[in-house]
Unconditional design. Structure first.
Length: 217
């Protein structure tokens, strides 16, 4: 029953919105940096910070590792909490250089659970950020759970809003194939739906693809 609901939700959203081509980024490293910068801000601000790094020819592990913290903080300032995020980026980059010679693609050779544990051990990397890096930068099938996911699926009565991150993630892991491409598209469609219809206040339920013509999901 739950498996059918999840597949039905995906089908409706995909039919309505089409492929989302998410996560935007020219390289896996850029995606990983974006996963840190997007904490507590919107993507428009992240794009400005990424553009600053590119214009400074600094969007690579070696350049960012060598850069002073004040200089890096200035470049990522548009993303907000720039001093905190500078420390987190520095910690992530040190990890990548130490364990993977600065090449995030080398992470693909590791065991998924061990990779996730390592990422969660980095200062400032929580579950959502770690899973975003694993899924979008490395291609490891971990479903990303965010505020959009919790809001949408609790409103449809699939899980309660106060369920833990692990509960929401297990919902997808247990009922869908462990496929990075599927998880990528599904999460991106959830984000699109959350921004467009399933808003925190004044949601547009009547126009949402999941309530089209009053059909139950």
């Amino acid at each position: 029953m739950i498996e059918e609901k999840l597949k039905n939700i995906y089908a409706r959203l995909f039919d309505s919105f089409g492929p989302q081509h998410w996560w935007p980024g020219d390289t896996p490293f850029e995606v990983a940096v974006g996963a840190v910068l997007t904490q507590n801000t919107n993507w428009g601000n992240v794009e400005k910070a990424i553009a600053n790094l590119k214009n400074a020819n600094a969007l690579c592990p070696v350049a960012m590792d060598r850069m002073s913290e004040p200089r890096l903080a200035k470049l990522i300032r548009p993303s907000g909490y720039y001093n905190v995020k500078t420390a987190r980026l520095k910690a992530l980059i040190s990890f990548l250089i130490r364990d993977y010679q600065g090449n995030i693609q080398r992470m693909k050779k590791g065991k998924p659970q061990e990779l996730r544990k390592k990422l969660l051990g980095i200062n400032g990397i929580g579950q959502e950020t770690a899973d975003s890096i694993l899924l979008y930068a490395v291609g490891v099938p971990y479903f990303v759970v965010d505020a959009y996911t919790k809001r949408m699926f609790s409103r449809h009565g699939i899980l309660s809003a106060d369920s833990e991150y692990e509960d929401f993630q297990e919902l997808f892991h247990s009922n869908l194939a462990r496929d990075a491409g599927l998880y990528n598209e599904y999460h991106a469609l959830i984000v699109k739906t959350g921004k467009t219809f399933c808003r925190p206040r004044d949601p547009l339920c009547g126009d949402c693809p999941l309530s089209e013509k009053g059909l139950p999901i």
